[in-house]
Write a protein that binds this ligand. Structure first.
Ligand SMILES: CCCCCCCCCCC/C=C/C(=O)SCCNC(=O)CCNC(=O)[C@H](O)C(C)(C)COP(=O)(O)OP(=O)(O)OC[C@H]1O[C@@H](n2cnc3c(N)ncnc32)[C@H](O)[C@@H]1OP(=O)(O)O
Ligand SMILES: NC(=O)C1=CN([C@@H]2O[C@H](COP(=O)(O)OP(=O)(O)OC[C@H]3O[C@@H](n4cnc5c(N)ncnc54)[C@H](OP(=O)(O)O)[C@@H]3O)[C@@H](O)[C@H]2O)C=CC1
Length: 219
């Protein structure tokens, strides 16, 4: 579907089924993409996800799955792309999709930990990789309507409309346009930054991916 959508604009698309959780698959994907196009201009790490659960109930396997996808997988992609850029003396730009973590994420605490890790990893390598002309930024969406909402129980997704002072969810274009700003020449003096696209969720709102517990009901 994504391939057809992009090709409808005349774009050339290279796609390969893989998981970002396996460093060997990541390296193979990045090497083949380089061969196909000669260079990678921009890496957008959008792959990610989690399941809603009270933190007391996390199993080791569930915790590891979420950390592996959202922190480790993102890192393998960043490192592989950057190694190719440095080896080929090419500049590059990375945009990591994280999340609006600033008031914690009760109900999805594992992903909050992983995304916080990505944010400070990004700030660190934004400095390390600046001499190689590689910029590293993050985009932090609040609740934005996507297929992903289907991963939450109705009592959880119902709270997403109340996640911010605008009292509605964002959409995929809200995020996409922020990514383009960060990745393109418009962001040429921006690195190590996090762009929040959240309708003000960092300031006010009460989303509960597991459904709002009785304790937190005010009326
Ligand atoms: C005031 C601020 C409040 C902040 C709150 C903010 C709320 C914001 C909400 C934002 C809304 C949307 C956010 C999005 O991210 S949309 C993207 C949605 N897409 C996804 O989430 C995809 C989900 N799935 C995955 O990515 C993978 O399935 C996952 C990484 C979760 C697991 O991968 P893997 O294939 O390795 O795992 P398994 O399915 O084999 O499961 C492994 C173990 O994980 C546990 N598990 C898995 N699913 C569940 C579940 N639904 N419930 C409980 N536990 C689960 C379990 O232990 C699995 O092992 P077992 O199967 O052996 O038990
Ligand atoms: N929608 C929202 O409100 C928010 C979303 N986000 C984040 O934004 C990003 C996009 O989410 P969204 O579009 O909403 O949700 P989706 O679930 O629709 O998209 C997640 C994508 O990640 C891919 N993916 C997951 N695990 C892996 C993996 N191990 N290797 C390769 N690809 C993988 C999925 O591929 P496949 O379909 O093949 O499984 C899917 O295409 C995610 O990181 C999400 O957590 C952050 C905050 C809020």
């Amino acid at each position: 579907m994504a391939r057809e959508f992009l090709e409808s604009f005349g774009g050339r698309v290279f796609a390969l089924p893989m998981t970002i959780r396996e460093p060997d698959q990541v390296e193979d994907f990045v090497a083949k993409t380089n061969q196909e196009f000669g260079a990678i201009d921009v890496l957008v790490n959008n792959a990610g996800g989690q399941f809603p659960q009270a933190a007391l109930d996390f199993s080791p396997k569930g915790w590891n799955a979420v950390i592996d996808t959202n922190l480790n997988g993102t890192w393998w992609m960043m490192q592989s792309a950057a190694r190719h850029w440095v080896a080929n003396k090419q500049s590059g730009s990375i945009v990591n999709i994280v999340a609006d973590i600033w008031r914690g994420m009760p109900g999805i605490a594992h992903t909050c930990a992983a995304r916080a890790g990505v944010i400070y990893l990004s700030k660190s390598v934004a400095v390390e990789w600046a001499p190689h002309d590689i910029r590293v930024n993050c985009v932090a969406p609040g609740c934005c309507e996507s297929n992903g909402f289907g991963n939450y129980p109705p009592e959880g997704s119902a709270t997403f409309q109340d996640s911010n002072p605008m009292r509605h969810a964002g959409d995929e274009w809200d995020v996409a346009e922020g990514v383009v700003y960060m990745a393109a020449n418009s962001g040429k003096f921006v690195t190590g930054e996090v762009l929040n696209i959240d309708g003000g969720q960092q300031l006010w709102g009460d989303p509960w991916p597991t459904g709002r517990p009785d304790y937190f009901r005010i009326s």
